[in-house]
Design a protein. Sequence first.
Length: 456
Amino acid sequence: MTKRAKNLTSVDDSREQALLILVKVFENKAYSNILLKNLKGDFSRLDRAFITEIVYGTIKWKMKIDNIISQFSKIKMKDISPHILNILRIGIYQIDFMDRVPNSAAVDECVKLSKKYGNIGASKFVNAVLRNYLRRHDNIKYPDKDKEASKYLSIYYSYPEWMVSKLLCEFGESAAEDFLKSCNEVSPLTVRINSLKTTKEALRESLKSKGIYVSDSLYIDDALMLKNVPKIQSMDEYKKGFLTVQDESSMIAVKILAPKAGELVMDLCSAPGTKSTYMAEMMGNKGTVISGDINENKLKLVDQNAKRLGIDIISTFVNDAAKHDGSYDGKADRVLIDAPCSGLGVMRKKPEIRWNRRREDIEELKKIQRLILESSSPYVKLGGTLVYSTCTVLKEENIDLVRDFVRDSHKFVFEDITAWVPEKLRKDSLKDGYVQLFPNIDNVDGFFIARLKRVR
């Protein structure tokens, strides 16, 4: 076989890696961001960007893509093997969402993959489905939006119908649709500047000298937004501890906690330590930050990040935040509870949340969130501060839950947070002690933050 002939039949490495990641995500509920971070192989910056776009895009649009496949496949979806089904998915994603990829290339590469991960019959099936779709691209059927709004939005924007129904009840059709649309967009890459090691301008110039596009963040002075970034963990600026990847909404939670030098501060659901290390930086690396997490292996990430950033005031300990530890009662100046939640606010970054999360999870999460509040609130000293945050937008996990806790505890009151929230994010709720951020309104991760003061 000549070299040219071999190239015509060999699979494209980037598409193959995307396929293997997608199979793990959909079949094993693996996390795409971790698989992409640990991607093996000698891939260029462009290759990595290509793989990332196919993976994230296919996960986001799975429902819409599957609706297309079901209308052009003579084989029922449940009877298509996982590898062949995901080859079809990445083929349709490229056809519909990647203008720079010629349709012929998208089809041909998927046919090659199906020969490797199926057989000749599978490759003919893939070829037929994709080419039939190209011919009848404008004939896709959707539910009637006026009669079946939740079903239409579910398929058109690609979310499970139970999630769409919940958002419709919570926000109404217009706001819910706007939220669903925004969660399919690509979120900006924001990095936090480590004030212990560098300055904003020094970091900006260092990054720009390497061809990275740098702009000011939307709200926080301690942050920059980046484009055209290689694998960030391989950058000297990352290795030297000059920066940390962190969304501005997460940074705002720490701003509202407002830790000060010399204080004892607790972060009770802390791994991988992004907020703990920001606390330490704000404190000038003076005082004590106690970082607890239920997962011992994840706590190692907190220690590693602290070392990389030049921080030595963080003490980690294995801790189930839902279980009370009396040895900390009344000792903390400030406590942050970044509670486990449904994660609906971060679907731009973690698109598989929509498929892995179940309706019944919400009730279980609410029980855990309430237990964490009850178990951890005694650690706050009289006059101290408790901040509760989540990365979701559901009121039942957020303001409803915190209001119930305040009412029942008789020891905490909401505290006006206007002074700690950037002026561009001023909302009426700030004076009442909380803020809800939305990707479609604020262009940050969906985040809820409430600040309480202990008065008894």
